[in-house]
Design a protein around this ligand. Structure first.
Ligand SMILES: Nc1ncnc2c1ncn2[C@@H]1O[C@H](COP(=O)(O)OP(=O)(O)OP(=O)(O)O)[C@@H](O)[C@H]1O
Length: 214
């Protein structure tokens, strides 16, 4: 479902990703590694948000380079910090994501919005939301479009205890049918989801990784 090979990325003359390779079947995976090693950079490259300099990325059978629209329609990405426009309301953000994915907002997302207690914030501008509320909104949006691959950057960061429990429940269910590939320093959260630990350093072309964690 998620396959990437020899992914590389530099910022200026500084290489951050070199030869990162991984194959992942449906399941949940907790990407671990020290601060600054490149986890967020890898997730952005896999999402096509920040284009890789080299390598191949395939999302649910679609090459991100050759078929970007098809590949992006099969993935969702929730960044750690929300790059949302401050003047857009929560409702407008969800509508925008649905428009970008050429689909309606599914009942499941409406249900997630309710479970996160987001309904009363939907007409608030994102810039006026707390960081935790913005985070919940971005996470709810990740369920739009029935993604085969969910790329989540530090998904438990900033969530209150109730929202964290809801997210654990959602991801534990989602891993049965999708790849949930998330960076996290939160071991208890990853364990509660039943996520397999993937050390960033092991994602190399020297050690060809094939993971299955359902
Ligand atoms: N847009 C950018 N421009 C220049 N350098 C960047 C940029 N984004 C990230 N970096 C650098 O790339 C390296 C990897 O950063 P990244 O955020 O991917 O690490 P990380 O493993 O996710 O860290 P953390 O665990 O702290 O979230 C860091 O040295 C960072 O300073």
């Amino acid at each position: 479902m998620l396959r990437f090979e020899n992914v590389s990325k530099s910022y200026g003359s500084r290489p951050v990703l070199q030869g990162r390779t991984g194959h992942f079947a449906a399941g949940a995976y907790a990407l671990r590694g020290p601060n600054g090693i490149g986890k967020s950079t890898l997730l952005r490259a896999l999402a096509g948000v920040d284009e890789a300099d080299g390598g191949d990325i395939v999302i649910d059978g679609h090459a991100l380079g050759a078929q970007p629209a098809a590949a992006k329609s099969r993935l969702s990405y929730a960044p750690d910090e929300c790059p949302v426009y401050p003047f857009v309301t929560g409702r407008e953000l969800l509508a925008f994501v649905a428009w970008a994915k050429r689909c309606a907002i599914p009942d499941k997302v409406t249900h997630i919005v309710e479970r996160f207690g987001l309904a009363r914030h939907l007409d608030t501008r994102c810039g006026a939301m707390s960081l935790g509320t913005q985070k919940k909104l971005m996470l709810a949006a990740a369920w739009i479009g029935e993604p085969a691959v969910l790329l989540l950057d530090e998904p438990s960061n900033g969530l209150d205890a109730d929202a964290r429990a809801v997210l654990i429940d959602l991801l534990a269910a989602q891993r049965e049918s999708s790849v949930v590939f998330m960076s996290t320093h939160d071991k208890a959260f990853a364990d509660a989801i039943g996520a397999a630990v993937v050390e960033f350093e092991t994602l190399t072309d020297r050690e060809h990784v094939v993971h299955s964690a359902v």
